[in-house]
Design a protein around this ligand. Structure first.
Ligand code: AMP
Length: 420
């Protein structure tokens, strides 16, 4: 019996893990520059947290969660997104008492039982950030700038930032009625999915991907044109901050997060290099969530971004320089004396910080040299009894073919001189 990974899951193989590390490092470095600190939460939580924190009516909670009952009869769920977990932790650990504005980021696997396709997996990875504890549009702008800066740092260019405002408890109810009034004329012609949303979540009909729905709602009223003064001012301030920070954006009145506790800013970053799954990142302000999860009223904003999709666009744009990790030095043994020496020397070199490889399979010198080449070692040093007698050996630089004689007594120091 041969086992295979489950549908919608993928291995990150040794040949590609350096790409992940490169991207993760860039994310961490941008987060650090914006003074966001990492938060790590458990992979699973009580199911009720997500039901409350994401919303019973969402696709995620309705049909995508990996939920099971554990041996102590607790219903647990593998995290399908991070915000609910972050807020749970914020409340549980009183993080707000230590800092007025808590700025956190994460890198984490997520789990959703969706239909797998290009760019859509069942275990995927997200990076994201949450700024918990402030109302100001400047915080929304910083959060957006942060996401955009990750892409800019990595060289991703073919994308756009779309922003919208979804209003608040003051202005949304009247708009919702207005929208339902408009939609009631076309209700029967909407897709089955949108018809289901008519009562519970009519705003989501506006971001339906169905072509019929799109044309039926082309003239629908949009929230951004019906904002109360506070939300309108907030939206204008967000735009002027983004303009001042030279962050290009478009206004798109159809970007909705669609849940009651989402307020004001909603945004998406989409790539022009991806097919139907073109969203790189999404986020927005959620001023009511902390309260909904049992905390004090705490306005907050955040985003989440897919790492697999980021890797896909970077691959297409050939943004990986091809610098795979490789040994700096390959110790090739010409005979048994050389082999015994290489075993000792490799340890000293590795301790001295030099990435060193040697033959552990008892291969001939010829195949060791082939191996050094395949592994793209920068240098090869061939050592046998003759070299040990002279206490010197020939070091070959693989890229240029240059040879030079090098002393063996303080090898690590000699090699370190080369790499500096
Ligand atoms: P969401 O939490 O649904 O707003 O998603 C935020 C980002 O995560 C999306 O823009 C995608 O880049 C990524 N994402 C969401 N779901 C998946 C999935 N099933 N597979 C891969 N990436 C995903």
């Amino acid at each position: 019996m041969k086992f295979k990974s489950l549908k919608g899951t993928r291995d990150v193989l040794p040949g590609e893990s350096h790409r992940w590390q490169y991207v993760e490092q860039a994310i961490r470095s941008v987060m650090h520059r914006f003074n966001y600190r990492e938060i790590r939460t458990p992979v699973f939580e009580e199911t009720a947290l997500f039901a409350r924190g994401i919303g019973e009516l969402t696709d995620i909670v309705g049909k995508e969660m990996y939920t099971f009952t554990d041996r102590s009869e607790t219903s647990v769920t593998l995290k399908p997104e991070m915000t609910a977990s972050v807020i749970r932790s914020y409340i549980q650990n009183n993080l707000g008492e230590q800092l007025p504005l808590v700025k956190v980021y994460y890198l984490s696997p997520m789990f959703r039982q969706e239909r797998p396709q290009a760019g859509r997996l069942r275990q995927f990875h997200q990076f994201g950030a949450e700024a918990i504890g402030g109302q100001a549009a400047a915080i929304d702008a910083e959060c957006l700038a942060l996401a955009m800066e990750v892409y800019r740092t990595l060289g991703v260019t073919n994308m756009s930032l779309k922003i919208n405002s979804v209003g608040c408890e003051q202005c949304r109810p009247a708009y919702r009625e207005l929208l339902q009034g408009f939609l009631s004329n076309v209700r029967e012609k909407l897709s089955a999915e949108s018809q289901k949303r008519f009562d519970a979540n009519p705003l989501r009909i506006l971001d339906s991907k169905d072509e019929g729905d799109k044309s039926l709602t082309a003239r629908a009223p949009l929230m951004k044109d019906h904002l109360c003064k506070e939300c309108a001012d907030h939206f204008v301030e967000l735009q002027s901050t983004l303009l001042a920070q030279k962050i290009p954006f478009e206004i798109d009145g159809r970007i909705v997060r669609g849940l009651d506790y989402y307020t004001k800013t909603a945004f998406e970053i989409v790539s022009t290099d991806l097919g139907s799954q073109d969203a790189l990142a999404g986020g927005g302000r959620y001023d009511l969530l902390v309260e909904q999860l049992g905390g004090k009223p705490t306005p907050s904003v955040g985003f989440a971004a897919g790492i697999e999709r980021l890797l896909m666009v970077m691959d297409q744009a050939k943004l990986f320089s091809g610098n795979e990790p490789h040994p700096f030095l390959f110790l090739a043994a010409a005979d048994d004396d050389g082999r015994a020496w290489a075993s000792k020397a490799s340890m000293e070199l590795r301790r001295a910080g030099i990435a060193t490889e040697l033959d552990l399979l008892g291969r001939s010198l010829k195949s060791q040299l082939k191996e050094a080449d395949r592994q793209k070692a920068d240098y090869v040093l061939v050592v046998g009894a003759a070299e040990l007698a002279k206490n010197a050996a020939t070091l070959k630089q693989m890229a240029t073919g240059d040879h030079r004689t090098i002393g063996l007594s303080d090898l690590a120091a000699e090699i370190n001189k080369l790499s500096s």
